[in-house]
Design a protein around this ligand. Structure first.
Ligand code: GRG
Length: 293
């Protein structure tokens, strides 16, 4: 199921930023980071939730919502490019390749991120769904990415360096920095597909639990993963004295928390969603606990 969605997302992204009057160095940097790989989790979640909610044929739902889902991946890629900059986490490796500022230069990487973020909203606006739903989804996405969401989370992350945060503080930081966009992908999938209130609530619960579990496993990978498999530098959190789940709870404690949140994500779907797309959502949360990249 996800293989088919993944193909659709890859196809859409690979044809983006080829046409138009973009200075070639800028489109090269944007496409370099966008097409460097990545799990495409946010667009695939958005499409899977939409297909699980919709009454229309799955292929038709994919076609209609794909530009929106692809826009989410562009926003996410911007966050990775900017997160890797020397002024932020200062990383040399991302998605198994030199980071954008290493492959190009800092100014180009900043602009590539800016362009991906801005153009993402243009792509999202091209989704073929009723205007009222689309407008709400775009507003929710701006909130999830902006000051109250991902950008705010990144600020908390930088402010938290060298400090011992409480579990509640770490939960809030993660919900913003990582959780907001994952949650939003699920909620917007439901919204765009015209979900019932019950379906939308279930998608929100699923996205919220998955978002926490995802950051916990990201923190765990930084401790136990190897650079070649993870595709980015590891042991970085300790070096930067970051507040993380393993530093707060130990590795086993963090693993247990990830397991609990993944179980809660699966449970949120029970009695609401069935069929192949719901199975894929369940499988995603099950696989998350043991992910290696
Ligand atoms: C995009 C509006 C906007 C602002 C950027 C720099 C910044 C503000 C935010 C940083 C957010 C960030 C990098 C959070 C970490 C989230 C995370 C765990 C990323 C890794 O996601 P994966 O594993 O990556 O899905 P792939 O490469 O598979 O897509």
């Amino acid at each position: 199921m996800s293989a088919e969605l993944l193909r659709s997302v890859e196809q859409y992204l690979s044809s983006a930023f080829l046409d138009g009057d973009i200075p070639s160095r800028l489109s090269e940097a944007m496409r370099y980071s966008l097409l460097a790989g990545g799990k495409r989790l946010r667009p695939v979640l958005c499409l899977s939730v939409a297909r699980a909610c919709a009454k229309d044929a799955a292929d038709e739902v994919t076609r209609a919502i794909l530009p929106f889902a692809a826009g989410l991946e562009m926003i996410h890629t911007n966050s990775l490019i900017h997160d890797d900059l020397p002024a932020m986490d200062d990383d040399d490796l991302r998605r198994g390749c030199p980071t954008c500022h290493k492959a190009f230069d800092e100014a180009t990487a900043i602009l590539a991120g800016d362009a991906l973020l801005t153009d993402a909203f243009g792509h999202m606006a091209r989704a073929d769904v009723p205007a009222e739903r689309l407008l709400e989804a775009i507003r929710l996405t701006a909130d999830a990415a902006g000051a109250c969401g991902m950008v705010g989370g990144q600020m908390l992350d930088l402010l938290g360096e060298g400090k011992k945060l409480s579990m509640e503080e770490l939960r809030i930081l993660n919900a913003k920095k990582t959780g907001a966009l994952l949650f939003n992908a699920c909620e917007c999938g439901a919204l765009l597909a015209g979900a019932t209130k019950t379906q939308r609530d279930a998608a929100r619960r699923y996205g919220s639990e998955l978002g926490i579990a995802f950051q916990i496993t990201d923190d765990i990978l930084d401790v136990v993963g190897d650079e070649a498999t993870v595709g980015k530098e590891v042991r970085h959190d300790e070096e930067s004295a970051k507040a993380t789940w393993p530093s707060l709870l130990g590795l086993e404690g963090a693993r247990e928390q990830a397991r609990l949140h993944c179980l809660a994500a699966e449970k949120a779907l029970d009695g609401v969603f069935s069929g192949p797309d719901a199975d894929f959502l369940r499988e995603t949360s099950r696989k998350l606990v043991n992910r290696t990249h």
